[in-house]
Design a protein around this ligand. Structure first.
Ligand code: F6P
Length: 382
């Protein structure tokens, strides 16, 4: 039988759902019945630490190389129960204009005889996958990011588990917030898109939700809080995405400098808001940054199942030599999309359809359009 070697790696920020996807890449590729049907015997090589593994790999010493690990069904048997990634990850950019190591990666892929590389990652990892595919490598992508902002897919691994962390933590905060009559600002991840804050806030019943897609007025946030208190609220839960901005301001950055993909490390908006609200309203405010708690822990049922489907679909693409694609979930179906379509603008919340700019919260109409107060005023005087 024809023998082929597939490489699999995870890159960028970790999340729940990566290990299930790796397990199902391995199980599907090594499935004896499928190998027989496909007429190909696959070998799966785990590449450690994302693209860094292909920069640092020593293809001539597979047995002792710390970056390359042959994977078999026995090894991955329980991986779908665990969070993080058993292959490790990094934010290494082989195409970094200040330190281009793409030639090393291309040469290592060749030396390792990889028929295809399955890259599990977000915008950065898949951006590298796209560039490699332009440079002649057979690449297949699997979407992951708790931010759920990759174009051309309705789901990215890690999102649902992160959402459940947000809901659990907000539930926990409610009792202490209520006892002290405090306003809690909960800062979620979400660099360019507010999906975590919006869906986390909708699921947990947050009073105010602030997202990167709509610059908020600090004055209005304070007014809403006071309004809520007047109508009987004992405490408040406000969710804010790390990438949200006060109008006229910029995003809050917690560290100077950029990573090798040009991203800033965001953080601090929660603390800023807590100070602003307490200074303006006199209420006691506290901020909580959920940070990497959202990326940790065991995958929930949805991430285990989607990891499984994405892993299986990725091997299907390899088996049918349908390269340069990312597996995707669109309109309730697992499908595939060109990597070129995934690079570019993140998918953001649609303000007109999904956000209430008067309440700074999720929509309260679903099958009809939200009217602004100004539009409603015109209508009522007509
Ligand atoms: O992977 C995306 C993300 O979770 C963003 O929401 C967040 O800004 C970033 O990663 C944090 O990255 P790091 O783990 O490098 O601090």
């Amino acid at each position: 039988m024809n023998k082929q070697r597939i490489g699999v790696l995870t890159g960028g920020g970790d999340c729940a759902g990566l290990s299930p996807a790796i397990k199902w890449v391995v199980k599907t590729a090594l499935d004896e019945g499928l190998q027989w049907q496909r007429g190909v015997k696959y070998e799966v090589l785990g590449i450690h630490d994302g693209w860094k593994g292909l920069v640092r790999a020593d293809p001539d010493n597979l047995a002792t190389d710390g970056y390359l690990e042959p994977l078999d069904e026995k090894k991955v048997r329980t991986w779908d129960r665990y969070g993080g990634t058993f292959l490790g990850t990094s934010r290494t950019n082989p195409y970094d204009p200040n330190n281009d190591r793409s030639e090393i990666v291309l040469s290592n892929i060749k030396k390792l005889g990889l028929k295809a590389v399955i890259a599990i990652g977000g915008e950065d990892t898949l951006g590298v996958a796209y560039k490699l595919s332009r440079d002649g490598v057979n690449v297949v992508g699997i979407p992951k990011t708790i931010d759920k902002d990759l174009p051309e897919t309705d789901y990215t691994l890690g999102f649902d588990t992160a959402l459940n962390v947000i809901v659990e933590e907000v539930d926990r905060l409610r009792t202490t917030a209520g006892s002290h009559k405090r306003t809690f600002i909960v800062e979620t991840m979400g660099r360019h898109a507010g999906w975590l804050a919006l869906e986390g806030g909708e699921s947990s019943g947050a009073y105010i939700i602030l997202i990167p897609e709509y610059d908020f007025s600090t004055g209005k946030v304070c007014e809403l809080v006071l309004e809520g208190r007047k109508s009987g609220a004992r405490y408040d839960i406000i969710l804010v995405a790390e990438g949200a901005r006060p109008s006229g301001g910029t995003e809050f950055v917690k560290e100077n400098g950029l990573d090798s993909f040009g991203h800033k490390a965001l953080g601090g908006i929660g603390e800023f808001l807590a100070n602003q609200i307490s200074n303006t309203t006199g209420l006691e405010c506290r901020s909580v940054v959920l940070s990497h708690l959202q990326r940790g822990g065991a995958p929930g049922a949805y991430d285990r199942r989607m990891g499984r489907y994405f892993g299986i679909a990725a091997v299907d693409l390899v088996a049918t030599e349908n390269f340069g694609k990312m597996v995707s979930y669109k309109n309730g179906q697992i499908t595939a999309i060109a990597l070129s379509a995934v690079i570019g603008k993140p998918t953001q919340v649609d303000i007109t359809m999904q956000y209430d700019i008067e309440r700074y919260n999720g929509r309260r109409t679903i099958l009809s359009k939200i009217k602004t107060r100004a539009e409603a005023a015109i209508l009522s005087t007509a």
